[in-house]
Design a protein around this ligand. Structure first.
Ligand SMILES: Cc1cc2nc3c(=O)[nH]c(=O)nc-3n(C[C@H](O)[C@H](O)[C@H](O)COP(=O)(O)O)c2cc1C
Length: 177
């Protein structure tokens, strides 16, 4: 429901596709490269879709103060290899929960993943949808104006990060200090 809401709040010239993860098997190195010639088909598809995307928007609940296992498993599959589609990719996390803390602990748990993969996370504004049952109507539409504004701002920030990354790639002389 949250991803569908985000898809209605995109900045201009941004398109979004929702990528389901339900078919992705448990990570097993025996079925990963180079041991296996080909990864399981749902994993190949998942990685290809991520490769084709300029940025990633992750929407998730919080499980036991952390990232739900199914989502972490999908991220693990995508993270392997020098051709990982996650490496240095702009990313943003949003979350919804019936509880009070709005998935902040799940979102914090992503920091380590982003660090390891050298991803380019957009942290602000935080989109923490607490008491979600009050923020969506019975048809699953987001009806909370504050949440909508924050999602819009987050998507703008993600777009900006994507453009920044592209421009950095174009610079010939790079100075660091
Ligand atoms: C295994 C499990 C652990 C959960 N842990 C948390 C938690 O740490 N924090 C929280 O706010 N909600 C927690 N919840 C409640 C979820 O936010 C709530 O069930 C939510 O609707 C799950 O979304 P889903 O149905 O898309 O998985 C947990 C739910 C499950 C099933």
């Amino acid at each position: 429901m949250l991803l569908k809401a985000a898809a209605q709040l995109l900045p201009v010239d941004v398109s979004m596709e929702i990528l389901p993860i339900a078919d992705i098997p448990l990570y097993n190195a025996d079925f990963d490269l180079p041991a296996a010639k080909q990864r399981p088909e749902p994993v190949e598809h998942f990685r290809k879709m991520l490769t084709d995307a300029d940025g990633i928007l992750i929407a998730s609940p919080e499980y036991n103060y952390s990232i739900p296992g199914g989502l972490k498993n999908a991220i693990d599959w995508a993270s392997r290899g020098e051709d990982s589609p996650l490496l240095r990719k702009p990313v943003a996390v949003i979350g919804a929960t019936p509880n009070l803390w709005g998935t902040i602990r799940m979102q914090m748990a992503f920091h380590n993943v982003f660090l390891f993969l050298d991803m380019k996370p957009v942290y602000k504004p935080e989109v923490l949808i607490a008491q979600a049952e009050k923020k969506f109507d019975k048809d699953g539409n987001l009806i909370d104006e504050t949440a909508k504004r924050l999602i819009r701002q987050k998507l703008e920030a993600l777009k900006e990060m994507i453009h920044l990354q592209t421009q950095v790639g174009d610079i010939v002389d790079t100075k660091i200090i």
